[in-house]
Structure formats: structure tokens, C-alpha cells
Design a protein around this ligand. Structure first.
Ligand code: NAD
Length: 360
């Protein structure tokens, strides 16, 4: 098969980690006889420097016309003082909206080899951590009106949170469908004791539950969910929630699994063209040092093969190669522990490729 992939290396560690994922995709192409064509896309701080815009229209067009998009990360201190609508992260929000990817899927799964890296007590980790957060991605407060007003020299800031029934229903369906393919338990997270948008969220989820009678639906307030993720994470199978709650809870969930550098994500809409990226940022503190963990990006490439290109065996091959690399005792600095062998970003990519085998 031939697939056209738009590649956004972005800022900070973005270029280093994306290069490792491309090395892996190229080896998969050799093993399985596929052709992956790559188109470079500028987005984020590097695009501001080059084009004066975090995502110029022609760059967005390249993404929308591709079969899928692989992204490293964007942002950094250099661009912290540019106006709000010109910040690197605005490019990312425009990309998600332009591609119409409304569902962000973030697995929170502990690799047995890294159980010691979890900050949770062993007895909690031993019960197993394996859940998915389905986060609404192009609605809610991040996409509402933002403004700061001044009266007599005093500032007042406003951010508007809106959800329509349609927006809730389409992400709700993804939550139920995802649960259906797993252990059939869906937890809907909101703040219905305070917010109208959350009360609407809850009522739509309960209406949908009548159609998905094989899935057990539960409700949880977001503050309780933040506690339960550290207290008893094994209770969760699939969590479905709105944009900002999902942003915060999925970072919390990533930490209990050991390292933010290990977690991939996929963002999909109605079409098969998806956006695949690790969940971490551009990590400017370690950029250019060849010490970043590229596994979150490599596993994002595996998700691209599984969900957008219908290549499950190729995706399994990548996940098995990552597992074999961990079994061999190699670790990047972020997950290093006593008795293991420390490697850099590029070496990590090469060692994973060495373990890639054609799965039949
Ligand atoms: P971050 O995720 O970049 O880094 C947080 C911490 O985790 C840092 O100590 C970093 O060194 C470490 N880390 C992150 N990824 C790692 C990896 N692959 N390997 C090893 N260690 C890793 O978050 P931050 O420091 O809050 O943000 C840095 C910049 O990234 C900011 O400009 C922020 O806006 C941006 N950001 C971008 C995205 C994105 O592009 N999707 C997401 C979050 C933050």
C-alpha cells in the first residue's frame, strides 16, 4: 500500500523524536512492502520564525490532503511573549479544528517492565492500569471566546465554555464504541453539580446509554475522577470527557504509568485521516541533547498504522519491538533505573528497529 504522511517535526525535541518514528516506519515499509511518502509541514514556533504564522493556510492544506499527520510537539519559551492568537499552540488548535478531529484517544497503560517507574504504591500498580481517556478535542472552553476587558485600569478576563448536544453526542458515541471493543465499562466525567454544559453532557450520555445497553455507564465528577485516578486506577476501562477536563486528567493518567515520554495519542474525526502525536510537549529543557524518549512518538506511528491505514499486524510489530527493547533492559534517561542500560534518543530508535520483525 502507498500512504502519504504529513510530517510536523515542530519545536524543541520534536525533530529528534519524529526522526526516530520515521526510521521505524521506513523499516516497516521494507518488511511489509509498503510505500510511505512524507511531506514536511511547518507548524509552531518554527513556522512563526519562517512564515510569521504558527500554521500558514498552505501548511494546513498539506495536512488535510494527506492520508494522516504525524506530529512531534510545538512551543517553547522563545515564543511565550507573542500575542495569544499567534502562539505556537494556536497552530495546533487550528490544525485540530481544520482537520475536524474531534476525538482524542489517549491510552493510560502501564508496561510491566516499567512498573517501578510509577509514582503509585506497588499494591495499587499490581492491580493493573489499563484504561483509555476519550477526550473531546475541538469544542468547549479552549474554542470559546477569549477576551480581557479593562475598566478604569482594572482587568477582567473572560473564557466562554459552550457545548452543543451534537458535539456531545458524537464524542459520546466514540466513548461507547471504544468501551464496546474493550471491557464494556464507560465512565462519563463532568462537573454537573456546577456547570450547565456538564448537565447537558450527562443527559446526552444517559440518552445514548439506551442504545448501548451492553455497555455499563457510570458518572463521575471531575474532581473525584482526579482523586480516583491515583487512588484506584484499575476501576477504569474507558473515560469519556470534555476538552479541558480531558487535557488535565490525561496528563495525570500519563504520570501514574511512569513517564510522559511513553504515551501516544490519536485524534480522529469522521474521516480516516488522523492526527498522531505523543502526549508530551516540546520539552525545551532537554531539546537538542539526544536524551528525549521517542517511544511516545513511535507508538503514535503504530496507532496511525492501526487506526488510519488498517495495518494491525504492522502496528503489533512496532508494539512488540518496543516491548522487546524494554525487556533487553534499555532505558532513556526519563525512565532510567538501577541495573538498566541508559541510551539516547537516536540509539533508542535504532534498538527498536533491530527488534522489528514481520508479524504474520
Ligand atoms: P513538556 O511535556 O514539554 O515537558 C514536561 C517535562 O517532561 C519536562 O521536564 C520534559 O523534559 C519532560 N519530557 C517531556 N517529553 C519527554 C520525552 N519525550 N522524553 C523525556 N522527557 C520528556 O511540558 P512543558 O514543559 O509544560 O511544555 C513545554 C512546551 O511544550 C510549552 O511551550 C508548551 O506549551 C508546549 N506543549 C506542547 C504540546 C504539543 O505540542 N502537543 C503539548 C504540551 C505542551
Amino acid at each position: 500500500m502507498t500512504e502519504n504522511i504529513a510530517v510536523i517535526r515542530g519545536d524543541g525535541i520534536g525533530p529528534e523524536i519524529v526522526d526516530q518514528a520515521i526510521k521505524v516506519l521506513d523499516r516497516i515499509a521494507e518488511l511489509y512492502g509498503h510505500t510511505f511518502n512524507y511531506t514536511d509541514v511547518d507548524m509552531g514556533g518554527c513556522a512563526i520564525d519562517k512564515w510569521g504564522d504558527p500554521l500558514p493556510e498552505d501548511m494546513l492544506k498539506k495536512c488535510v490532503e494527506s492520508d494522516s499527520v504525524l506530529l512531534g510537539a510545538v512551543g517553547g519559551e522563545k515564543w511565550n511573549n507573542v500575542p495569544g492568537n499567534m502562539r505556537p499552540e494556536k497552530g495546533l488548535l487550528r490544525l485540530r479544528a481544520g482537520m475536524g478531529v474531534y476525538s482524542n484517544n489517549r491510552p493510560a497503560k502501564i508496561w510491566p517492565q516499567l512498573a517501578d517507574a510509577s509514582p503509585l504504591k506497588k499494591e495499587i500498580v499490581d492491580k493493573g492500569i489499563d484504561f483509555i481517556i476519550v477526550r473531546e478535542l475541538i469544542g468547549g472552553i479552549y474554542f470559546g471566546e477569549h477576551k480581557t476587558e479593562y475598566t478604569n485600569g482594572k482587568a477582567r478576563a473572560v473564557d466562554i465554555l459552550t457545548y452543543s448536544e451534537e458535539e456531545i453526542e458524537r464524542i459520546g458515541r466514540i466513548g461507547f464504541e471504544t468501551a464496546r471493543k474493550r471491557n464494556k465499562k464507560l465512565c462519563s466525567v463532568e462537573k454537573s453539580n456546577v456547570l450547565d454544559s456538564s448537565r447537558l453532557w450527562k443527559s446526552v450520555m444517559h440518552r445514548l446509554a439506551n442504545e448501548y445497553t451492553d455497555v455499563e455507564l457510570s458518572d463521575m465528577l471531575v474532581d473525584n475522577c482526579a482523586m480516583q485516578i491515583v487512588k484506584n486506577p484499575s476501576q477504569f476501562d474507558v473515560i469519556v470527557t470534555e476538552n479541558m477536563f480531558g487535557d488535565i486528567l490525561s496528563d495525570e493518567a500519563s504520570m501514574i504509568t511512569g513517564s510522559i515520554g511513553m504515551i501516544p495519542s490519536s485524534s480522529l474525526g469522521a474521516a480516516s485521516c488522523g492526527l498522531y502525536e505523543p502526549i508530551h510537549g516540546s520539552a525545551p529543557d532537554i531539546a537538542g541533547k539526544d536524551i528525549a524518549n521517542p517511544i511516545g512518538t513511535i507508538l503514535s506511528a503504530a496507532m496511525m498504522l492501526r487506526f488510519s491505514f488498517d495495518m494491525p499486524k504492522e502496528a503489533d510489530a512496532i508494539e512488540n519491538a518496543v516491548s522487546a527493547y524494554l525487556d533487553e533492559g534499555y532505558r532513556t534517561a526519563d525512565i532510567m533505573s538501577a541495573g538498566k542500560i541508559q541510551v539516547g534518543c537516536s540509539e533508542c530508535g535504532s534498538l527498536i528497529i533491530k527488534n522489528l520483525k514481520r508479524e504474520e
